[in-house]
Design a protein around this ligand. Structure first.
Ligand code: GLN
Length: 494
């Protein structure tokens, strides 16, 4: 039998149904693999006993023939999702001992569908970052390494623990959140697949807020089909989130394998940035050829406001973060450092509880929302955001999906890009525009860099048209046939 940890979710579900193995065996195999991969630091909190109990319940459902959509599938849960009674830190010291009294809607949906939680995955503090180096619980290490160089690489961020866990085969799938790229960029850095659905597709209830008008939940897995299965469970209307949208959730997996003959794939010229990494440009061209060979029609499109997306994002996201994070005051929950009076208590708590990047964002956000600068920055950014959205709407008159690179570089080493925050922010250059417009986007691995690192391409779609995104991604996945493994797993496979 193939190693249980190398199965896809689809294969695992088939094996469970045929009683080739049990959910308990599948879970134990993943716990064992997780224990052997502790150096990657994928989990902030391991929940193995909880997983064992869930696996037992899952086996009972299989025995009765009552298995659900994800029954018995071991996953990692980004530690931004509140899990009832289980520590939820958001990667921050300020929530070090926070045990939510309620469950997030999305994690609840997945548990109702039989998913098993192995642990709470590490992340950048409050999901702010592109490298998983801002977590108060240490860096996550990418299971991939450059050829002939054992420098530890970042897994991308902010959902770095989730992506690294799936790539390292210690979880079959994982949840992430994407505010400006935090599902797509780590998926690209770790050689796996991740989709950010349309804003409003998944409930945000119980997901610790970073920037509420941008935050969106989505899954990671090793295939497009597995992502489709996970998203089907995660998505849906929730009256507890006023921005969640009341539309039926399609059976996304049915889109995979459908022909892309005649599908119009747009190639936006503004994504050909000056000084781009030639390997990324080459990969992009290869992706275009693959789609063409699969029967798609390639069209050139323009998204003229792309050049303002990053700047606008770094006004809006910090503005919303400064407001959302005001609740961490040491009074209601989380860390509390007593000072001489109330103000002093707030200050001491926030000084000790927040890391450098979070403080930087709060400062920027407070500044752009201040009375004197509100119009100049925040309101202006909101207007530009509308133009960015309009660009996409115009482009989708000419095409059905857009194909672009996911990230401007492959995974970089821990410590690189830290010289100034703007270098780090530039990582989001290709992912942020779709976030600003609330459009769905998937990243999947399409090739390797010269030094052996995975490179991803991104397919973006119309609002609530995840089905077409999955269809196109299925075709690209088939053409790319990415079967490479991180070096540590190659050694084991040999
Ligand atoms: N890297 C981006 C940021 O730091 C995006 C983060 C995210 O999507 N959560 O804000």
């Amino acid at each position: 039998m193939t190693k249980l940890t190398s199965l896809t979710i689809k294969e695992a579900l088939d094996g469970l149904k045929k009683k080739e193995f049990t959910a308990t065996e599948l879970t134990e195999a993943h716990i064992k693999a997780s224990e052997a991969a502790q150096h990657l630091n994928c989990y902030i909190t391991e929940t193995y006993d909880h997983a064992r109990a869930q696996a037992k319940e899952s086996d009972a459902r299989y025995a009765k023939g009552e298995a659900k959509l994800l029954d018995g599938v071991p996953i990692a849960m980004k530690d931004l999702y509140c899990t009832e009674g289980i520590r939820t830190t958001a990667g921050s010291k300020i929530l070090e001992n926070f045990k939510p009294p309620y469950e997030s809607t999305v994690s609840g949906n997945m548990f109702s569908d039989g998913a098993i939680m192995l642990g709470k995955a590490n992340l950048d503090e409050f999901a702010m970052g592109s490298s998983n180096t801002t977590s108060a619980y240490g860096n996550v290490i990418n299971p991939w390494q450059r050829k002939g160089d054992n420098k530890p690489l970042v897994p991308g961020g902010s959902s770095g623990g989730s992506a690294a866990a799936v790539a390292a085969r210690i979880a079959m799938g994982a949840t992430g959140t994407d505010t400006g790229g935090s599902i797509r960029q780590p998926a690209a850095f770790c050689g796996i697949t991740g989709i950010k659905p349309t804003y409003g597709r998944c409930s945000r209830f119980g997901i610790i807020a970073f920037a509420s008008s941008l935050d969106q939940a989505g899954p990671f897995a090793r295939t497009v089909e597995d992502c489709a299965l996970l998203l089907q469970s995660m998505a849906g209307y929730d009256p507890k989130d006023s921005t969640s949208v009341n539309r039926p959730v399609p059976e996304y997996f049915k889109s995979i394998g459908q022909s892309v003959k005649g599908l119009k794939v747009g190639v936006p010229k503004e994504y050909r940035v000056d000084g781009a990494n030639p390997e990324i440009t080459k990969l992009w061209d290869k992706g275009v050829d693959m789609m063409k060979a699969a029967g798609a029609e390639i069209v050139d499109v323009s998204l003229p406001h792309t050049k303002y997306a990053l700047q606008t994002y770094y006004v809006i996201a910090p503005a919303e973060c400064s407001s959302n994070l005001a609740r961490y005051d040491g009074v209601r929950f989380g860390l509390r450092i007593d000072g001489k009076d109330l103000n002093d208590t707030y200050e001491a708590t926030r000084e000790a509880g927040f890391g450098k990047e979070v403080k930087r964002r709060i400062l920027i956000g407070t500044y752009v929302l201040s009375a004197g600068y509100y119009d100049a920055y925040y309101n202006k950014a909101r207007r530009v955001r509308k133009l960015i959205w309009q660009d996409f709407i115009n482009a989708y008159e000419k095409c059905d999906v857009l194909l672009t690179p996911t990230a401007p570089t492959p995974a970089f080493a821990i410590g690189e890009n830290e010289q100034d925050p703007v270098t780090m922010y530039l990582n989001d250059i290709f992912t942020v525009p779709a976030s600003m417009a609330g459009m769905p986007g998937i990243s999947l691995p399409v090739g390797l860099s010269a030094d052996g690192l995975p490179l991803g391409l991104q397919l973006l779609g119309r609002p609530f048209d995840e089905e077409t995104v999955f269809k196109a991604a299925g075709a690209l996945e088939k053409a790319a046939d990415f079967t490479h493994l991180p070096q540590s797993l190659q050694a084991k496979a040999a």
